[in-house]
Design a protein around this ligand. Structure first.
Ligand SMILES: Cc1cc2nc3c(=O)[nH]c(=O)nc-3n(C[C@H](O)[C@H](O)[C@H](O)COP(=O)(O)OP(=O)(O)OC[C@H]3O[C@@H](n4cnc5c(N)ncnc54)[C@H](O)[C@@H]3O)c2cc1C
Length: 483
Protein backbone atom coordinates (compact mmCIF):
# COMPACT_ATOMS: atom_id res chain seq x y z
CA UNK A 1 0.00 0.00 0.00
CA UNK A 2 0.97 3.70 -0.11
CA UNK A 3 2.82 5.12 2.89
CA UNK A 4 0.76 4.40 6.02
CA UNK A 5 -0.58 7.64 7.43
CA UNK A 6 0.89 9.78 4.63
CA UNK A 7 -2.52 11.25 3.94
CA UNK A 8 -2.30 12.94 7.35
CA UNK A 9 0.82 14.91 6.51
CA UNK A 10 0.89 15.13 2.70
CA UNK A 11 -1.73 17.45 1.24
CA UNK A 12 -3.22 17.02 -2.21
CA UNK A 13 -1.14 18.92 -4.72
CA UNK A 14 -2.16 19.39 -8.35
CA UNK A 15 0.05 20.56 -11.16
CA UNK A 16 -2.21 23.49 -12.01
CA UNK A 17 -2.21 25.40 -15.27
CA UNK A 18 0.18 27.68 -17.10
CA UNK A 19 -0.53 31.39 -16.40
CA UNK A 20 -3.62 32.67 -18.24
CA UNK A 21 -1.75 35.52 -19.95
CA UNK A 22 0.70 32.99 -21.40
CA UNK A 23 -1.61 30.13 -22.37
CA UNK A 24 -4.28 32.28 -23.95
CA UNK A 25 -1.82 33.07 -26.75
CA UNK A 26 -1.26 29.49 -27.82
CA UNK A 27 -2.96 26.10 -28.17
CA UNK A 28 -0.40 24.04 -26.25
CA UNK A 29 -1.58 21.92 -23.34
CA UNK A 30 -2.47 24.09 -20.37
CA UNK A 31 -1.78 21.63 -17.58
CA UNK A 32 1.56 21.60 -15.73
CA UNK A 33 3.03 18.36 -14.39
CA UNK A 34 4.58 17.95 -10.94
CA UNK A 35 8.16 16.77 -10.41
CA UNK A 36 8.65 13.01 -10.00
CA UNK A 37 9.31 13.42 -6.26
CA UNK A 38 6.10 15.39 -5.75
CA UNK A 39 4.19 12.87 -7.83
CA UNK A 40 5.47 9.98 -5.73
CA UNK A 41 4.47 11.88 -2.58
CA UNK A 42 0.98 12.30 -4.00
CA UNK A 43 0.74 8.56 -4.63
CA UNK A 44 1.80 7.91 -1.03
CA UNK A 45 -1.54 9.40 0.08
CA UNK A 46 -3.39 6.33 -1.22
CA UNK A 47 -4.75 4.36 1.74
CA UNK A 48 -5.09 0.98 -0.02
CA UNK A 49 -8.67 0.79 1.23
CA UNK A 50 -10.28 -2.56 1.92
CA UNK A 51 -12.92 -1.68 -0.65
CA UNK A 52 -11.24 0.51 -3.28
CA UNK A 53 -14.18 2.59 -4.47
CA UNK A 54 -11.85 4.29 -6.97
CA UNK A 55 -11.58 0.95 -8.75
CA UNK A 56 -15.36 0.47 -8.50
CA UNK A 57 -16.07 3.90 -10.01
CA UNK A 58 -13.57 3.60 -12.87
CA UNK A 59 -15.38 2.40 -16.01
CA UNK A 60 -12.26 0.60 -17.18
CA UNK A 61 -11.62 -0.76 -13.66
CA UNK A 62 -8.02 0.31 -13.19
CA UNK A 63 -6.29 -1.12 -10.12
CA UNK A 64 -5.62 2.24 -8.49
CA UNK A 65 -4.22 1.16 -5.09
CA UNK A 66 -1.81 -1.31 -6.68
CA UNK A 67 -0.16 1.16 -9.03
CA UNK A 68 -0.28 4.05 -6.53
CA UNK A 69 1.76 1.84 -4.22
CA UNK A 70 4.38 1.13 -6.85
CA UNK A 71 4.50 4.77 -7.84
CA UNK A 72 4.97 5.88 -4.24
CA UNK A 73 7.94 3.49 -3.97
CA UNK A 74 9.48 4.88 -7.14
CA UNK A 75 8.81 1.64 -9.04
CA UNK A 76 7.64 3.41 -12.20
CA UNK A 77 8.05 0.29 -14.31
CA UNK A 78 5.89 -1.73 -11.92
CA UNK A 79 3.27 1.01 -11.78
CA UNK A 80 3.10 1.05 -15.57
CA UNK A 81 2.89 -2.76 -15.73
CA UNK A 82 -0.17 -2.76 -13.45
CA UNK A 83 -1.78 0.18 -15.23
CA UNK A 84 -1.40 -1.26 -18.71
CA UNK A 85 -3.03 -4.50 -17.57
CA UNK A 86 -6.42 -2.81 -17.66
CA UNK A 87 -6.21 0.20 -19.93
CA UNK A 88 -4.84 0.57 -23.45
CA UNK A 89 -4.36 4.36 -23.58
CA UNK A 90 -3.68 5.95 -20.18
CA UNK A 91 -2.15 8.95 -21.95
CA UNK A 92 -5.64 9.97 -23.17
CA UNK A 93 -7.55 9.50 -19.92
CA UNK A 94 -4.59 10.90 -17.95
CA UNK A 95 -5.20 14.14 -19.82
CA UNK A 96 -8.95 14.41 -20.31
CA UNK A 97 -10.77 12.08 -17.92
CA UNK A 98 -13.09 13.78 -15.42
CA UNK A 99 -11.69 11.17 -12.98
CA UNK A 100 -14.75 9.40 -11.68
CA UNK A 101 -12.25 7.52 -9.49
CA UNK A 102 -11.30 10.66 -7.59
CA UNK A 103 -14.93 11.43 -6.74
CA UNK A 104 -15.08 7.97 -5.13
CA UNK A 105 -11.67 7.99 -3.43
CA UNK A 106 -12.25 7.12 0.24
CA UNK A 107 -9.92 9.93 1.25
CA UNK A 108 -12.39 12.27 -0.45
CA UNK A 109 -15.05 11.42 2.12
CA UNK A 110 -13.52 13.93 4.53
CA UNK A 111 -10.34 15.20 2.84
CA UNK A 112 -9.05 15.85 -0.68
CA UNK A 113 -8.83 12.74 -2.87
CA UNK A 114 -5.65 11.27 -4.31
CA UNK A 115 -4.58 12.89 -7.61
CA UNK A 116 -5.24 9.65 -9.50
CA UNK A 117 -5.68 11.15 -12.99
CA UNK A 118 -2.46 13.13 -12.93
CA UNK A 119 -0.62 10.19 -11.37
CA UNK A 120 -1.83 8.07 -14.30
CA UNK A 121 -0.48 10.56 -16.79
CA UNK A 122 2.89 10.71 -15.02
CA UNK A 123 3.20 6.92 -15.06
CA UNK A 124 2.44 6.47 -18.76
CA UNK A 125 4.61 9.38 -19.85
CA UNK A 126 7.50 7.99 -17.80
CA UNK A 127 6.92 4.59 -19.45
CA UNK A 128 7.17 6.21 -22.88
CA UNK A 129 10.31 8.09 -21.81
CA UNK A 130 11.88 4.87 -20.56
CA UNK A 131 11.15 3.24 -23.91
CA UNK A 132 8.83 0.65 -22.38
CA UNK A 133 5.89 1.27 -24.69
CA UNK A 134 7.00 -0.53 -27.82
CA UNK A 135 5.15 -2.50 -30.49
CA UNK A 136 4.28 -6.05 -29.44
CA UNK A 137 2.87 -7.75 -32.53
CA UNK A 138 1.08 -11.04 -31.90
CA UNK A 139 3.28 -14.13 -32.33
CA UNK A 140 0.79 -15.65 -34.73
CA UNK A 141 -2.47 -14.69 -36.42
CA UNK A 142 -5.61 -16.77 -35.85
CA UNK A 143 -6.95 -16.36 -39.38
CA UNK A 144 -9.99 -14.33 -38.28
CA UNK A 145 -10.70 -10.93 -39.79
CA UNK A 146 -12.50 -8.12 -37.98
CA UNK A 147 -13.52 -4.75 -39.45
CA UNK A 148 -13.72 -1.93 -36.91
CA UNK A 149 -15.68 1.04 -38.25
CA UNK A 150 -14.76 4.32 -36.54
CA UNK A 151 -11.37 5.18 -35.03
CA UNK A 152 -12.43 7.02 -31.89
CA UNK A 153 -11.34 5.73 -28.47
CA UNK A 154 -13.84 2.84 -28.60
CA UNK A 155 -12.65 1.60 -32.00
CA UNK A 156 -8.99 2.13 -31.18
CA UNK A 157 -9.30 0.20 -27.91
CA UNK A 158 -11.10 -2.69 -29.60
CA UNK A 159 -8.50 -2.80 -32.40
CA UNK A 160 -5.67 -2.72 -29.83
CA UNK A 161 -6.88 -5.80 -27.96
CA UNK A 162 -8.11 -7.77 -30.99
CA UNK A 163 -4.87 -7.29 -32.86
CA UNK A 164 -2.77 -8.37 -29.90
CA UNK A 165 -4.95 -11.48 -29.63
CA UNK A 166 -4.02 -12.44 -33.18
CA UNK A 167 -7.01 -11.15 -35.17
CA UNK A 168 -6.37 -9.35 -38.44
CA UNK A 169 -7.95 -5.95 -37.82
CA UNK A 170 -8.81 -3.29 -40.36
CA UNK A 171 -10.01 0.01 -38.93
CA UNK A 172 -12.14 2.07 -41.33
CA UNK A 173 -12.24 5.77 -40.53
CA UNK A 174 -14.27 8.28 -42.53
CA UNK A 175 -12.20 11.24 -41.45
CA UNK A 176 -8.73 12.16 -42.62
CA UNK A 177 -6.99 11.08 -39.45
CA UNK A 178 -7.57 8.64 -36.63
CA UNK A 179 -8.89 9.62 -33.18
CA UNK A 180 -12.60 10.52 -33.36
CA UNK A 181 -13.43 13.26 -30.90
CA UNK A 182 -10.00 12.89 -29.33
CA UNK A 183 -8.66 14.53 -32.48
CA UNK A 184 -11.52 16.57 -33.92
CA UNK A 185 -13.46 17.54 -30.79
CA UNK A 186 -11.26 17.95 -27.73
CA UNK A 187 -9.06 21.04 -28.21
CA UNK A 188 -5.29 20.76 -28.47
CA UNK A 189 -4.88 22.76 -25.26
CA UNK A 190 -6.37 19.77 -23.42
CA UNK A 191 -4.90 16.98 -25.57
CA UNK A 192 -1.98 17.47 -27.93
CA UNK A 193 -2.69 15.39 -31.04
CA UNK A 194 0.91 14.16 -31.25
CA UNK A 195 -0.01 11.76 -28.45
CA UNK A 196 -2.64 10.15 -30.68
CA UNK A 197 -0.12 9.82 -33.51
CA UNK A 198 2.43 8.29 -31.13
CA UNK A 199 -0.03 5.54 -30.15
CA UNK A 200 -1.26 4.95 -33.70
CA UNK A 201 2.34 4.46 -34.88
CA UNK A 202 2.69 1.65 -32.34
CA UNK A 203 -0.59 0.08 -33.43
CA UNK A 204 0.46 0.20 -37.09
CA UNK A 205 3.78 -1.43 -36.21
CA UNK A 206 1.83 -4.17 -34.44
CA UNK A 207 -0.12 -4.83 -37.61
CA UNK A 208 -3.39 -2.88 -37.32
CA UNK A 209 -4.46 -1.77 -40.78
CA UNK A 210 -5.92 1.76 -40.75
CA UNK A 211 -7.98 2.87 -43.72
CA UNK A 212 -8.66 6.56 -43.22
CA UNK A 213 -10.81 8.74 -45.52
CA UNK A 214 -13.00 5.68 -45.94
CA UNK A 215 -16.59 6.14 -44.95
CA UNK A 216 -18.82 3.11 -44.51
CA UNK A 217 -22.20 3.94 -45.97
CA UNK A 218 -23.49 7.14 -47.47
CA UNK A 219 -24.78 8.93 -44.36
CA UNK A 220 -25.61 12.58 -43.95
CA UNK A 221 -22.21 12.89 -42.35
CA UNK A 222 -22.00 14.25 -38.87
CA UNK A 223 -20.55 17.44 -37.49
CA UNK A 224 -16.90 18.13 -37.31
CA UNK A 225 -16.36 16.79 -40.79
CA UNK A 226 -16.33 19.96 -42.84
CA UNK A 227 -14.42 19.37 -46.00
CA UNK A 228 -14.66 15.60 -45.72
CA UNK A 229 -13.24 14.05 -48.82
CA UNK A 230 -13.61 10.37 -48.07
CA UNK A 231 -14.30 7.40 -50.28
CA UNK A 232 -17.67 5.75 -49.59
CA UNK A 233 -17.77 1.97 -49.17
CA UNK A 234 -20.96 -0.09 -49.22
CA UNK A 235 -21.44 -1.56 -45.70
CA UNK A 236 -22.54 -4.86 -47.24
CA UNK A 237 -19.03 -5.30 -48.66
CA UNK A 238 -17.68 -5.40 -45.10
CA UNK A 239 -20.31 -7.88 -44.04
CA UNK A 240 -19.18 -10.34 -46.68
CA UNK A 241 -15.41 -9.74 -46.44
CA UNK A 242 -14.97 -10.01 -42.66
CA UNK A 243 -15.84 -12.53 -39.95
CA UNK A 244 -17.30 -9.72 -37.88
CA UNK A 245 -17.92 -5.99 -38.17
CA UNK A 246 -17.68 -3.83 -35.04
CA UNK A 247 -19.31 -0.42 -35.32
CA UNK A 248 -17.76 2.26 -33.12
CA UNK A 249 -19.03 5.27 -35.04
CA UNK A 250 -19.87 7.52 -32.09
CA UNK A 251 -23.01 9.48 -31.25
CA UNK A 252 -22.56 12.35 -33.63
CA UNK A 253 -26.06 13.67 -34.26
CA UNK A 254 -25.75 17.07 -32.60
CA UNK A 255 -28.77 18.65 -30.91
CA UNK A 256 -30.09 21.71 -32.73
CA UNK A 257 -32.05 24.73 -31.49
CA UNK A 258 -35.05 25.43 -33.67
CA UNK A 259 -35.82 28.93 -32.38
CA UNK A 260 -37.05 31.66 -34.74
CA UNK A 261 -34.15 33.17 -36.66
CA UNK A 262 -32.15 29.91 -36.71
CA UNK A 263 -31.49 30.48 -40.43
CA UNK A 264 -29.43 33.64 -39.79
CA UNK A 265 -25.76 33.37 -40.65
CA UNK A 266 -23.49 33.28 -37.62
CA UNK A 267 -25.17 30.34 -35.85
CA UNK A 268 -23.07 27.21 -36.04
CA UNK A 269 -22.66 23.87 -34.34
CA UNK A 270 -19.92 23.78 -31.73
CA UNK A 271 -18.26 20.82 -33.42
CA UNK A 272 -17.95 22.64 -36.73
CA UNK A 273 -16.13 25.39 -34.86
CA UNK A 274 -13.96 23.18 -32.65
CA UNK A 275 -12.99 20.66 -35.30
CA UNK A 276 -12.01 23.43 -37.69
CA UNK A 277 -9.55 24.83 -35.16
CA UNK A 278 -8.11 21.37 -34.52
CA UNK A 279 -7.76 20.79 -38.26
CA UNK A 280 -5.92 24.08 -38.73
CA UNK A 281 -3.50 23.16 -35.94
CA UNK A 282 -3.09 19.72 -37.50
CA UNK A 283 -2.10 21.24 -40.82
CA UNK A 284 -5.34 20.38 -42.59
CA UNK A 285 -6.76 23.01 -44.88
CA UNK A 286 -10.34 22.94 -46.01
CA UNK A 287 -10.15 24.92 -49.20
CA UNK A 288 -13.39 26.42 -50.43
CA UNK A 289 -15.03 26.30 -47.01
CA UNK A 290 -15.77 29.57 -45.26
CA UNK A 291 -13.81 29.71 -42.00
CA UNK A 292 -15.67 30.18 -38.74
CA UNK A 293 -13.75 32.56 -36.54
CA UNK A 294 -14.48 34.21 -33.22
CA UNK A 295 -11.93 36.96 -33.85
CA UNK A 296 -13.31 40.36 -32.82
CA UNK A 297 -16.78 38.91 -32.28
CA UNK A 298 -19.26 38.81 -29.43
CA UNK A 299 -19.61 35.08 -29.00
CA UNK A 300 -22.52 33.35 -27.31
CA UNK A 301 -22.04 29.69 -26.42
CA UNK A 302 -25.34 27.91 -25.84
CA UNK A 303 -24.75 24.93 -23.57
CA UNK A 304 -22.98 24.84 -20.23
CA UNK A 305 -21.20 21.48 -20.54
CA UNK A 306 -17.71 20.42 -21.50
CA UNK A 307 -18.16 21.08 -25.22
CA UNK A 308 -19.35 24.58 -24.33
CA UNK A 309 -16.32 25.08 -22.12
CA UNK A 310 -14.05 23.98 -24.99
CA UNK A 311 -15.78 26.60 -27.19
CA UNK A 312 -15.07 29.28 -24.58
CA UNK A 313 -11.35 28.39 -24.49
CA UNK A 314 -11.11 28.27 -28.29
CA UNK A 315 -13.06 31.51 -28.82
CA UNK A 316 -10.81 33.34 -26.35
CA UNK A 317 -7.70 32.05 -28.11
CA UNK A 318 -9.08 33.19 -31.46
CA UNK A 319 -9.45 36.72 -30.09
CA UNK A 320 -13.18 37.02 -29.37
CA UNK A 321 -14.32 40.44 -28.17
CA UNK A 322 -16.57 38.95 -25.51
CA UNK A 323 -17.62 35.41 -24.66
CA UNK A 324 -20.84 34.52 -22.88
CA UNK A 325 -21.94 30.98 -22.06
CA UNK A 326 -25.56 30.25 -21.19
CA UNK A 327 -27.12 27.11 -19.76
CA UNK A 328 -30.77 26.11 -19.47
CA UNK A 329 -30.32 24.21 -16.22
CA UNK A 330 -29.78 25.91 -12.86
CA UNK A 331 -26.31 26.64 -11.52
CA UNK A 332 -25.00 23.45 -9.89
CA UNK A 333 -23.96 23.53 -6.23
CA UNK A 334 -20.32 24.23 -5.41
CA UNK A 335 -20.10 21.27 -3.06
CA UNK A 336 -21.37 17.70 -3.17
CA UNK A 337 -25.17 17.76 -2.74
CA UNK A 338 -26.98 15.45 -0.29
CA UNK A 339 -28.60 13.76 -3.29
CA UNK A 340 -25.21 12.40 -4.40
CA UNK A 341 -23.40 11.35 -1.23
CA UNK A 342 -19.89 9.93 -1.44
CA UNK A 343 -18.94 7.63 -3.23
CA UNK A 344 -21.40 8.62 -5.97
CA UNK A 345 -20.45 11.01 -8.77
CA UNK A 346 -21.70 14.49 -7.83
CA UNK A 347 -22.92 17.12 -10.28
CA UNK A 348 -21.13 20.19 -8.95
CA UNK A 349 -20.09 23.50 -10.45
CA UNK A 350 -17.13 22.92 -12.72
CA UNK A 351 -14.80 25.78 -13.50
CA UNK A 352 -12.48 24.62 -16.23
CA UNK A 353 -9.18 26.14 -17.32
CA UNK A 354 -11.15 27.75 -20.17
CA UNK A 355 -13.56 29.43 -17.79
CA UNK A 356 -10.60 30.91 -15.91
CA UNK A 357 -9.45 32.52 -19.16
CA UNK A 358 -12.37 34.88 -19.48
CA UNK A 359 -16.06 35.12 -20.25
CA UNK A 360 -19.34 35.30 -18.46
CA UNK A 361 -21.49 32.35 -17.43
CA UNK A 362 -25.26 32.47 -16.93
CA UNK A 363 -27.55 29.67 -15.76
CA UNK A 364 -31.31 29.03 -16.00
CA UNK A 365 -31.46 30.88 -19.33
CA UNK A 366 -33.70 29.82 -22.20
CA UNK A 367 -33.10 30.94 -25.78
CA UNK A 368 -36.25 32.37 -27.39
CA UNK A 369 -35.18 33.94 -30.64
CA UNK A 370 -32.17 34.73 -32.81
CA UNK A 371 -32.32 38.30 -34.08
CA UNK A 372 -30.48 40.03 -36.86
CA UNK A 373 -30.59 42.16 -39.98
CA UNK A 374 -29.93 41.36 -43.63
CA UNK A 375 -29.64 37.66 -42.83
CA UNK A 376 -26.90 38.14 -40.25
CA UNK A 377 -27.11 37.47 -36.53
CA UNK A 378 -26.95 40.49 -34.19
CA UNK A 379 -28.38 39.32 -30.88
CA UNK A 380 -30.18 36.55 -29.03
CA UNK A 381 -33.39 37.06 -27.11
CA UNK A 382 -33.43 34.95 -23.96
CA UNK A 383 -35.26 34.77 -20.65
CA UNK A 384 -34.71 33.44 -17.17
CA UNK A 385 -36.44 30.22 -16.21
CA UNK A 386 -37.43 28.49 -13.02
CA UNK A 387 -37.27 24.73 -12.53
CA UNK A 388 -40.04 23.07 -10.51
CA UNK A 389 -40.70 19.44 -9.62
CA UNK A 390 -44.08 18.38 -11.08
CA UNK A 391 -45.32 14.80 -11.02
CA UNK A 392 -41.82 13.68 -10.08
CA UNK A 393 -40.35 15.37 -13.15
CA UNK A 394 -38.53 18.66 -13.48
CA UNK A 395 -40.56 21.24 -15.41
CA UNK A 396 -39.26 24.52 -16.75
CA UNK A 397 -41.21 27.76 -16.42
CA UNK A 398 -40.36 31.15 -17.89
CA UNK A 399 -40.10 33.89 -15.26
CA UNK A 400 -42.24 36.78 -16.58
CA UNK A 401 -40.46 40.05 -17.16
CA UNK A 402 -36.96 38.53 -17.26
CA UNK A 403 -36.29 38.78 -20.97
CA UNK A 404 -32.78 39.80 -21.89
CA UNK A 405 -31.20 40.52 -25.26
CA UNK A 406 -27.62 39.28 -25.55
CA UNK A 407 -25.61 40.92 -28.35
CA UNK A 408 -23.97 38.20 -30.44
CA UNK A 409 -22.20 37.95 -33.79
CA UNK A 410 -21.43 34.26 -33.42
CA UNK A 411 -23.55 31.63 -31.67
CA UNK A 412 -22.02 28.24 -30.96
CA UNK A 413 -24.57 25.48 -30.33
CA UNK A 414 -23.08 23.15 -27.72
CA UNK A 415 -26.13 21.31 -26.47
CA UNK A 416 -24.94 17.76 -26.70
CA UNK A 417 -25.69 14.91 -29.06
CA UNK A 418 -28.94 13.05 -29.52
CA UNK A 419 -27.70 9.70 -30.85
CA UNK A 420 -25.70 7.87 -33.50
CA UNK A 421 -26.04 9.24 -37.02
CA UNK A 422 -28.69 7.07 -38.56
CA UNK A 423 -28.62 6.12 -42.22
CA UNK A 424 -25.26 5.19 -43.71
CA UNK A 425 -23.69 2.23 -41.91
CA UNK A 426 -26.65 1.83 -39.54
CA UNK A 427 -29.23 1.66 -42.34
CA UNK A 428 -26.95 -0.20 -44.74
CA UNK A 429 -26.39 -3.01 -42.25
CA UNK A 430 -30.12 -3.04 -41.37
CA UNK A 431 -29.58 -2.35 -37.69
CA UNK A 432 -32.36 -1.68 -35.23
CA UNK A 433 -32.05 1.39 -33.04
CA UNK A 434 -33.24 1.73 -29.46
CA UNK A 435 -35.73 4.17 -27.95
CA UNK A 436 -32.99 6.81 -27.66
CA UNK A 437 -31.96 6.38 -31.29
CA UNK A 438 -28.68 4.56 -30.67
CA UNK A 439 -27.71 1.18 -32.08
CA UNK A 440 -29.76 -1.44 -30.27
CA UNK A 441 -27.77 -4.31 -28.83
CA UNK A 442 -28.86 -7.57 -27.29
CA UNK A 443 -27.03 -8.73 -24.21
CA UNK A 444 -23.64 -7.20 -24.71
CA UNK A 445 -22.62 -5.97 -28.11
CA UNK A 446 -24.69 -7.99 -30.63
CA UNK A 447 -26.89 -5.89 -32.89
CA UNK A 448 -29.95 -7.07 -34.81
CA UNK A 449 -27.54 -8.16 -37.58
CA UNK A 450 -25.70 -11.34 -36.46
CA UNK A 451 -22.44 -10.30 -38.13
CA UNK A 452 -22.40 -6.79 -36.70
CA UNK A 453 -21.57 -5.67 -33.18
CA UNK A 454 -21.57 -2.15 -31.76
CA UNK A 455 -19.76 -0.41 -28.91
CA UNK A 456 -19.02 3.02 -27.46
CA UNK A 457 -21.10 6.15 -27.92
CA UNK A 458 -22.84 4.68 -30.99
CA UNK A 459 -24.45 2.14 -28.66
CA UNK A 460 -24.74 4.07 -25.40
CA UNK A 461 -25.11 7.68 -26.46
CA UNK A 462 -22.60 10.47 -25.92
CA UNK A 463 -20.44 9.80 -22.90
CA UNK A 464 -16.75 9.84 -21.96
CA UNK A 465 -13.43 8.74 -23.39
CA UNK A 466 -12.87 6.28 -20.54
CA UNK A 467 -16.29 4.67 -21.13
CA UNK A 468 -15.60 4.40 -24.86
CA UNK A 469 -12.25 2.73 -24.15
CA UNK A 470 -13.84 0.37 -21.64
CA UNK A 471 -16.49 -0.58 -24.20
CA UNK A 472 -13.87 -1.19 -26.86
CA UNK A 473 -11.94 -3.45 -24.52
CA UNK A 474 -15.05 -5.34 -23.41
CA UNK A 475 -16.24 -5.77 -27.01
CA UNK A 476 -12.83 -7.12 -27.98
CA UNK A 477 -12.87 -9.58 -25.06
CA UNK A 478 -16.34 -10.76 -26.13
CA UNK A 479 -15.21 -11.17 -29.74
CA UNK A 480 -12.11 -13.08 -28.64
CA UNK A 481 -14.22 -15.52 -26.66
CA UNK A 482 -16.83 -15.87 -29.43
CA UNK A 483 -14.96 -16.18 -32.73
C1 LIG B 1 -15.91 18.79 -27.87
C2 LIG B 1 -15.87 17.52 -27.06
C3 LIG B 1 -15.10 17.48 -25.93
C4 LIG B 1 -15.05 16.34 -25.15
N1 LIG B 1 -14.27 16.33 -24.04
C5 LIG B 1 -14.17 15.21 -23.32
C6 LIG B 1 -13.31 15.17 -22.19
O1 LIG B 1 -12.65 16.14 -21.85
N2 LIG B 1 -13.24 13.99 -21.48
C7 LIG B 1 -13.95 12.89 -21.84
O2 LIG B 1 -13.83 11.84 -21.19
N3 LIG B 1 -14.79 12.91 -22.91
C8 LIG B 1 -14.91 14.04 -23.66
N4 LIG B 1 -15.74 14.06 -24.74
C9 LIG B 1 -16.52 12.86 -25.08
C10 LIG B 1 -15.66 11.82 -25.81
O3 LIG B 1 -14.80 12.44 -26.72
C11 LIG B 1 -16.54 10.78 -26.49
O4 LIG B 1 -17.41 10.20 -25.52
C12 LIG B 1 -15.70 9.67 -27.12
O5 LIG B 1 -14.80 10.20 -28.08
C13 LIG B 1 -16.58 8.62 -27.79
O6 LIG B 1 -15.77 7.67 -28.40
P1 LIG B 1 -16.30 6.74 -29.60
O7 LIG B 1 -15.10 6.00 -30.05
O8 LIG B 1 -17.50 5.99 -29.16
O9 LIG B 1 -16.79 7.77 -30.73
P2 LIG B 1 -16.08 9.00 -31.48
O10 LIG B 1 -14.95 9.56 -30.70
O11 LIG B 1 -17.18 9.90 -31.86
O12 LIG B 1 -15.46 8.32 -32.77
C14 LIG B 1 -16.27 7.80 -33.80
C15 LIG B 1 -15.45 7.72 -35.07
O13 LIG B 1 -16.20 7.05 -36.07
C16 LIG B 1 -16.02 7.71 -37.32
N5 LIG B 1 -17.17 7.38 -38.16
C17 LIG B 1 -18.47 7.70 -37.93
N6 LIG B 1 -19.25 7.17 -38.89
C18 LIG B 1 -18.42 6.51 -39.74
C19 LIG B 1 -18.63 5.75 -40.93
N7 LIG B 1 -19.86 5.55 -41.42
N8 LIG B 1 -17.55 5.23 -41.56
C20 LIG B 1 -16.29 5.41 -41.07
N9 LIG B 1 -16.04 6.12 -39.94
C21 LIG B 1 -17.09 6.65 -39.28
C22 LIG B 1 -15.92 9.17 -36.94
O14 LIG B 1 -15.30 9.95 -37.96
C23 LIG B 1 -15.08 9.08 -35.67
O15 LIG B 1 -13.69 9.11 -35.94
C24 LIG B 1 -15.81 15.21 -25.53
C25 LIG B 1 -16.60 15.24 -26.68
C26 LIG B 1 -16.63 16.39 -27.45
C27 LIG B 1 -17.48 16.41 -28.67
Amino acid sequence: MGKPGAYLSVKRQVGGYRPVEERINDYSEVEIQLSEEDRMAQASRCMDCGVPFCHWACPIANFMPEWQDRLYRGDWVGAWAVLQDTTPFPEFTGRVCPALCEASCVLGANDDPVTIRQNELAVIEKAFNLGLVVPQPPRKRNGKKVAVVGAGPAGLAAAWYLNRAGFSVTVYEGDRKVGGYLRYGIPDFKLDKNFIDRRVTIMEAEGVNFKTRTRIGQAPYAFGTRGMDSEVVDPKVLETSFDLVLLTIGARDARDLKAPGRELSGIVQALDFLSQQNRILGGEHDEGIAPITAYGKRVLVIGGGDTGSDCVGTANRQGAKKVTQIELLPKPPEHRPDSAPWPLWPTVLKTSSSHQEGGERLWSINTKEFRGAAGTLGSVLACRVDWKMENRRWAMEEIPGTELEIPADLVLLAMGFTHVVQGGAVAGLELETDERGNIKTRGTFHTSNPKVWAAGDAKNGASLVVRAMAEGRAAAEAIISTL
